[in-house]
Write a protein that binds this ligand. Structure first.
Ligand SMILES: [Zn+2]
Length: 270
């Protein structure tokens, strides 16, 4: 999450709404120009088709800039992001394959392939980044859904709810000042940052209609050594937490430690 926060800052400078993206506007202008020429019989239709493909690519690129490096995501945005990265890779692979044919026929030098290989490598890295970001989004969603499952169970079947999460109310208060002590204590103990997966509310929580403001999720299994240490620290300092040991059925991930009181429904539902 710290890495993502850094990426978010880097990307803020190059963040465009899709319609304002200069490359998209340029591609649309080019299509208009070519369409007139094609209609007038002054340009081949193939050229227009190429321009339309370039527009699709520019739109995918603008979407990736927004999602890969920008705001936090819902699960469906994360899936769209992975699909956009895959389309960008496929276009570059096709361009490479076409160029390779010319080389194989002896119509071009093999040196001419370098640019295509570089473009393909860049697109592959973009795919890897999209996959990693989507995986994290699905993990955050798994944890959020586990919390939602728990709150529903608390209301309908309290005995079962106890099996989903260990609850510690402490003195009932949790603030960001308290959290900075938790972070430092963890870092002093383990020499690495506390693995925070959701700091306050996220797009995933908003999509669920879940008020996660002022709460923090930590991606630690409560029974692993670091998770056990964190539970002991929170207990000793009377900081409220919920330790989740299992995932909502159908979700791969869910185990985590939620610090703060349990989330409530957002006032406007969800
Ligand atoms: Zn939580």
């Amino acid at each position: 999450m710290r890495v993502l926060a850094g990426l978010t800052l880097v990307a803020a400078a190059c963040l465009y709404a899709q319609t304002d993206d200069p490359a998209v506007i340029q591609a649309k202008t080019e299509i208009e120009r070519l369409r007139k020429l094609v209609d007038a019989g002054a340009a081949p239709r193939l050229q227009l088709e190429k321009a339309e493909a370039a527009l699709g690519d520019a739109e995918d690129s603008a979407f990736l800039r927004k999602t890969l490096y920008g705001q936090d995501l819902t699960e469906s945005q994360a899936d769209d992001m992975v699909a956009a990265a895959a389309r960008r890779f496929e276009r570059r692979k096709k361009a490479y394959d076409d160029a390779k044919k010319l080389v194989d026929m002896g119509a071009a030098s093999s040196l001419s392939l370098d640019t295509y290989v570089q473009d393909m490598d860049m697109a592959r890295k973009e795919c890897d980044l999209a996959d990693a970001r989507a995986k994290l989004t699905h993990e955050i969603a798994g944890m959020a859904q586990t919390e939602e499952w728990f709150t529903v169970r608390m209301a309908t079947a309290p005995t079962e709810a106890h099996a989903i999460a260990e609850r510690f109310d402490g003195d009932g208060v949790f603030s960001m000042a308290t959290f900075s002590h938790v972070e430092s204590a963890f870092e002093d103990k383990f020499g690495r940052p506390l693995p925070v997966s959701a700091m306050g509310e996220t797009a995933v929580h908003r999509a669920l209609g879940f008020d996660h403001r002022g709460r923090v999720d930590v991606a630690l299994n409560p029974d692993a050594p670091e998770g056990a240490w964190l539970r002991a620290y929170l207990t000793a300092n009377r900081i409220p937490f919920f330790a989740f040991r299992q995932a909502v059925p159908g979700k791969a991930t869910g185990a985590h430690i939620h610090i703060g009181p349990m989330s409530t429904r957002l006032a406007n539902g969800g």
